[in-house]
Design a protein around this ligand. Structure first.
Ligand code: C2O
Ligand code: CU
Length: 543
């Protein structure tokens, strides 16, 4: 195993990812940032310099479990104090499993500003599929409003929603219609920074395409005009292969698909992405699937494939059900669990602020990160009363606008008994708008979980667990909860540390849609002093 050493400088810069010029956060001058390329078992060392001048920073290594290094998970407020402007912070961790992962800012809403990238870990053993080339694409949605304007709007009375994104980016590139912009010099469609991404392929060859979504809000569909895609990997886990024309992908998810360049080689094809689950106003995101030796900039002669209907929940559910563990790579879940926690997801108003809640508790971060508070026994750092394991199951009507009378804000967390098996039932409900329920991709830090099932309506404690897939469930780190539906997960609380579990929609987590789990703190090793420096941790920093 090797050590892979990266030196990154993070700063604000004017860039035009979709031809519209605005301030964005770059890593070494780029967005998406550099790809981390490693082999299973390698150690990654990232020396991260915060050059944002006036802003803190933290980076999360999404999908990496941080076994033995929970303090380098990068979740500001959970596992570390923020990195201060001018400071250099060293993240050091092992990538113990092959697969496709991502990294992104985990401080405030900085991810929205463009700080994200890919982590590609190659295996030391043969994989259950083969291909000629390994390529990757990160999908994102893109806003023209500044990140702070968005954040302040969300935390204002009256509430100012961010709205739908202006563009969809494929590998950091999109194309905004500059005729809608009147200011001079702000939008320029001939700027090379927004020339469409090109994926060149050699006719007859098979490509492994790693696709990751780091959208702020949107769920996406992804298509390659005229080409089938065989899904083979999800969040670093091998999938029993199945074919799609259209891949649905939620924020925080990664997939590998195999694509064969087996179409008419005399032309190029569209790669396209569209918003689903929300009534879209954002134009299709486009890139070029370039058959060598056609000119890479030559536009395909056809129009992009039609987008799936935004409100077609059935097709998305169908894909969710289709994702099973590869038959040669099944890790069986424990047959039973030690604890079942039901998370009712609702939208609320608390003291006039629009927030999201889980079991009527809207989450907020304490000043002293949990991991440090727990390890150092600082008992007044956060609310010591844990949030509830469920809600008023019998009486709650998930189809009506929430009755928010008892919602509250808290930074209390869930303590899990070390080495136990925990079931999580994510229960969706109506938002504060009539006849509306959204899709939420939930992401768990520090673990993979088994996806035991999905269902429509209210979870039935008695009958639904009998339908769980205990035979070949996929393991993931991010999973969708569909509108008015539930999703059931199981995981082993076997990774000492404090771990965030939250909706990966940046705005929703910011508005309180998350929880924190804690397990096996007594087994956590000595905390590095580099994670200290905020809240009540100052005293430790100086020693
Ligand atoms: Cu990719 Cu806590 O998130
Ligand atoms: Cu959400």
């Amino acid at each position: 195993a090797r050590v892979r050493h990266y030196r990154w400088k993070v700063k604000w810069e004017y860039k035009s990812p979709d031809c519209y010029k605005k301030l964005i956060i770059t890593v070494n001058g780029r967005t998406p940032g550099p790809t981390i390329v490693a082999e299973e078992g390698d150690t990654i060392l990232v020396e991260l310099e915060d050059n944002l001048l006036t802003e803190n920073l933290a980076i999360h290594w999404h999908g990496i479990r941080q076994i033995g290094t929970p303090w380098f998970d990068g979740a500001e407020g959970v596992t570390q104090c923020p990195i201060l402007p001018g400071e250099t912070f060293k993240y050091r961790f092992v990538v113990d499993r092959a697969g496709t992962y991502v990294y992104h800012a985990h401080y405030g809403m900085q991810r929205v500003a463009g700080l994200y990238g890919l982590i590609r870990v190659s295996p030391r053993h043969p994989e259950p599929f083969s291909y000629d080339h390994d390529r990757s694409i990160i999908l994102n949605d893109w806003y023209h409003k500044s990140t702070s304007e968005q954040a302040i709007g969300l935390s204002s009375i009256p509430f100012v929603w961010v709205g739908e994104p202006q563009s969809l980016l494929i590998q950091g590139k999109g194309m905004f219609d500059c005729s809608k912009v009147t200011e001079l010099g702000v939008c320029n469609t001939s700027n090379p920074e927004c020339s469409p991404h090109v994926q060149t392929v050699v006719p007859g060859q098979t490509y492994r395409l790693r696709i990751a979504s780091l959208t702020s809000l949107s769920a996406l569909s992804f298509q390659i005009e005229g080409h089938d895609m065989t899904v083979v990997e999800a969040d670093g886990n091998y999938v029993e292969p199945f074919v799609v024309q259209n891949l649905f992908i939620y924020s925080g998810e990664t997939y590998s698909v195999l694509v064969k360049a087996d179409q008419d080689p005399s032309r190029n094809y569209w790669i396209s992405t569209n918003v689903v689950t929300r009534n879209r106003t954002t134009p299709t995101g486009l890139a070029i699937f370039n058959y060598y030796p056609n000119h890479p900039r030559r536009s395909p002669p056809t129009s992009p494939p039609p987008a799936p209907a935004w409100d077609d929940v059935e097709s998305r559910l169908k894909q969710s059900f289709a994702i099973k563990a590869h038959q040669g790579h099944i890790i069986k879940p424990p047959p039973t669990s030690d604890r079942v926690i039901v998370f009712l997801n609702t939208q609320n108003t608390i003291n006039g602020y629009r927030l999201w809640s889980v079991n009527n508790v809207s989450f907020n971060l304490p000043l002293t990160p949990y991991l440090i508070a727990l390890k150092k026994n600082i008992t007044d750092a956060f609310d010591q009363s844990p949030p509830p394991d469920g809600y008023d199951f019998l009486n709650y009507d998930i189809y009506s606008v929430a009755n928010n009378s008892n919602a509250k804000s808290s930074n209390g967390i869930y303590s899990l008994q070390f080495n136990t098996t925990v079931d999580i039932i994510l229960q969706n409900a109506n938002t504060m708008n009539k006849n509306n329920s959204e899709t939420h991709p939930w992401h768990l830090h520090g673990h993979n979980f088994w996806v035991l099932g999905y269902g429509k309506g209210k979870f039935d404690m008695y009958n639904d667990p009998r339908k769980y897939n205990l035979v070949n469930p996929i393991m993931k780190n991010t999973v969708a909860m569909h509108p008015y539906g539930w999703t059931a997960l199981r995981f082993r609380a076997d990774n000492p540390g404090a771990w965030a579990f939250h909706c990966h929609i940046e705005y929703h987590f910011y508005m309180g849609m998350g929880v924190v789990f804690e397990e096996g703190i007594e087994r956590v090793g000595n905390l590095p002093s580099s994670i200290m420096g905020c809240g009540q941790t100052n005293t430790f920093h100086r020693h």
